[in-house]
Design a protein around this ligand. Sequence first.
Ligand code: GLP
Length: 244
Amino acid sequence: EIFKNSQQASEIVALEIAELIRSRQAKNKLCILGLATGSSPVKVYEELVRMHKEEGLSFNNVVTFNLDEYYPMTKENNQSYHYFMHQHLFNHIDISPENINIPDGTVAIQNLNQYCVDYETKIKKAGGLDFQLLGIGRTGHVGFNEPGSHINSGTRIITLDHITRVDASSDFNGIDNVPKRAITMGVSTILASKRIVLMAWGQNKAEIIKRTVQGDINSEVPATFLQNHTNTTFVLDQSAASEL
Ligand code: GLP
């Protein structure tokens, strides 16, 4: 779906999430959301906060699982995804803190494999993701599933692609300060979601969007695996869609 601009598109995505939350509330059920960071979802979170404040949208039945976190990374660091999510969403809504799950960038390296297995188990025990919000990196990563990520991959630690670190370097005041690794949900974790919405804005995403939507499905562009998911929508502005 191609929209005139990211504002309009984000309002539609936020509305879908709000309707999902309300429909689960009506049945007294939890709503399990997979959330993303980066600039792409910012306006969706703004709109959800607005709906909470102005329309009484409650998040009391919402459980969230974030896609990824840099490693190593403290929660207080203002470049952490933990910080980002609280600043843009969690500090402004009525979600219970125990319902928020973000990969923990402080777990000791020797405990990481078990930590990732447990993150995966927690998602499954919650009933699986009802909805997964995604952005896309210029390498074709979703979450931090960089080129080479297997379709069956689960939550794990990965090495960031050079292009991804270049793209993050302005946030970190230079590439040398960008962590070399991250914890990410896997491709299979994402594909198990009942509904997926990937958002991309701007000309610098146009090429990777074309390769993702029209290219061969393979791990060189991990986002191409979404082509086989039966309930995925790409929500684009005109610039991101300009090479399709
Ligand atoms: C980071 C995140 C991704 C995100 C990507 C794109 O690498 N790990 O989940 O999709 O950035 O970021 P942006 O939305 O700022 O373009």
